[in-house]
Design a binder for this molecule. Sequence first.
Ligand code: GDP
Ligand code: MG
Length: 176
Amino acid sequence: MPPKERNIAMMGYRSVGKSSLSIQFVEGQFVDSYDPTIENTFTKVTRVNSQDYSVKLIDTAGQDEYSIFPVQYSMDFHGYVLVYSITSKKSFEVIQIIYEKLLDVMGKKYVPVVLVGNKTDLHQERTVSTEEGKKLAESWRAAFLETSAKQNESVGDIFHQLLILIENENGNPQEK
Ligand code: GDP
Ligand code: MG
C-alpha cells in the first residue's frame, strides 16, 4: 500500500520545544540551539498499524496570546500538535488560546489534536501538573502526553497517537 500523506502542524508559545520535538522525531537527535524564528517543513515516513504514513510536519515559529491565527495553518492540515512546557504556566495559558482560535478559524467543534507537555526532564522546575494537562486534554477530547525532546521520551508517541486520531476521524466522522 502506498503511504498515506498526512500534514501536521506544531503549534505553541515560543521556546516550548516545538523545533526540538520535530527534529528529535525526524532526525533522532536533540539540537540545543535552533533559530526560534525559523519555520521549517520536515517529512518522515512512519508506520502505524501496518500502514505507512508520509508525514509532512510544519514546525511553526510559534504563537502568543495576541497572534491572529495564521490562516495558512487552518487549511490542508489533518491534525495538530499543541505544545506547552511543563516549566511555563504562561505557555499553558497560551496553548488554550491557540486551541480556541484554531477551532474558531476552522469552524469546527472537533479537530484531531495531541496536547503535549514538554521538558519533563526539568522536573525540578515544573509549574504545570500532569493532572492539569490531562484535564485540559479531556475537555478537548484530545490525546495527552508529557515528553522530553532532550531525552527522547515519548516523542514518537505524539505522532503515532495523532495519526490514529486522524484515522479514526476519517473513519467515523458521525461520532464527532
Ligand atoms: P520552540 O521555540 O518551541 O521551537 O523551542 P525550541 O525547540 O527551539 O527549544 C527552546 C529551548 O528549550 C532550547 O534551548 C531547547 O534546547 C530547549 N528544550 C527543548 N526541548 C527540551 C526538553 O525536552 N528538555 C530541556 N531540558 N530543554 C528543552
Ligand atoms: Mg522553533
